[in-house]
Design a protein around this ligand. Structure first.
Ligand code: PMV
Length: 324
């Protein structure tokens, strides 16, 4: 096979209804369906080149040669592609983010969504959106949601074929902005792959899962009806439930920093004062503060004044993964 290459662009997504815990770890079949918005101003570009001269896969992340663990995860993913395409060559992978990775800005979502498209295209496979979403899921669950554009639902499904994500509303449907209050630039101590394995050890996970369909319905309705007040209530409740599970698993995970809590409390205060704003956190200390576009600059400005906030990133809704 001649050397062949492709480059893809994907956006990370922020979950409004969270994915936490797998029904099946190997295939990354989630314990529950989830809902998210792609973050169009944050980008990951990934290039893949299969080359029969290479003796092993190579991975460069943000200009640095990746560590053994990251390389192994990517190699295992590339093995799936090689199996599907019936090819043997190793690959050179170069991935770049325009935002800090590993601190609760779900960089694995855009990383594996862009890797899924770039590597499948470079291997000569032509996959449709659903097939790509299923494939990206194998690298990182949330990556399945970065394949379609805009506001996205990942159906938990029953098996590999039925667990995929699809758009429920286009990016332009509702002018929401995610103002991300960065309170730490460091890498998280316990990654989400390990976290998903611990979810079932929390006595609260059963309660979270038992009520998630109601929240999914509420969140879907709030998005489709552009109803911020309802969105705020369900988004904050769902984030708190996931963090309650994290905090009460064995061993426990506590991702919040003092500044994370300060931001959450400030956001509640602003909402009580009449501003359409709410907060949600992934597996890290940075706080995603959602508001409408017209309030974006004001909210970002207020966030920078909260003690412990280092800087604020802003993003509106974005498209799905595409080739460059
Ligand atoms: O895709 P993973 O395995 O990194 O899991 C993502 C988990 C959360 O970001 C905490 C929640 C979510 O649904 O994105």
């Amino acid at each position: 096979m001649p050397a062949s290459s492709a480059t893809a662009l994907a956006h990370p997504n922020i979950a409004f209804i969270k994915y936490w815990g797998n029904r099946e770890n190997g295939l990354r079949l989630p314990a529950n369906s989830s809902l998210s918005m792609n973050l169009g101003d944050l980008r990951t570009e990934t290039s893949v080149e299969f080359d029969s001269e290479l003796r092993q896969d190579e991975l460069v992340l943000d200009g640095h040669v990746a560590g053994a663990e990251q390389l192994q995860r990517v190699s295992e993913f590339l093995d799936l592609i090689r199996g599907m395409a019936g090819i043997r060559p190793k690959a050179r992978v170069d991935s770049r983010n325009n935002f800090p990775s590993g601190a609760g800005i779900a960089s694995s979502s855009s990383a594996f969504a862009s890797l899924a498209l770039a590597s499948s295209a470079a291997a000569g496979l032509q996959l449709d959106e659903r097939e790509l979403s299923r494939l990206a899921r194998r690298g990182s669950g949330s990556a399945s949601r970065s394949v379609p554009g805009g506001f996205v639902e990942w159906h938990a499904g029953e098996n590999d074929e039925t667990s995929y994500a699809e758009t429920i509303a286009q990016p332009g449907h509702w002018g929401l902005v995610d103002c991300i209050a960065i309170v730490s630039e460091g890498h998280k101590s316990v990654g989400s792959t390990r976290g998903h394995e611990l979810a079932a050890t929390s006595p609260l996970q059963t309660a979270r899962l038992g009520s998630v369909n109601e929240r999914l319905q509420g969140c879907r309705d709030a998005i489709l009806g552009r109803d911020f007040q309802s969105l705020a209530v369900v988004v904050e409740l769902d984030s708190m439930l996931m963090h309650a599970v994290m905090m009460t698993s064995t061993p426990p995970l506590l991702y919040w920093e003092p500044a994370s809590l300060a931001v959450m409390k400030a956001v509640r205060q602003w909402r009580a004062e009449g501003l359409n704003v709410c907060s949600t956190l992934d597996a890290g200390p940075n706080v995603h503060v959602l508001c409408e576009v017209k309030a974006g600059d004001q909210v970002a400005g207020e966030l920078t004044k909260v003690s412990g906030v280092l800087r604020v990133l802003q993003s509106s809704a974005g498209n799905g993964v595409r080739l460059l």
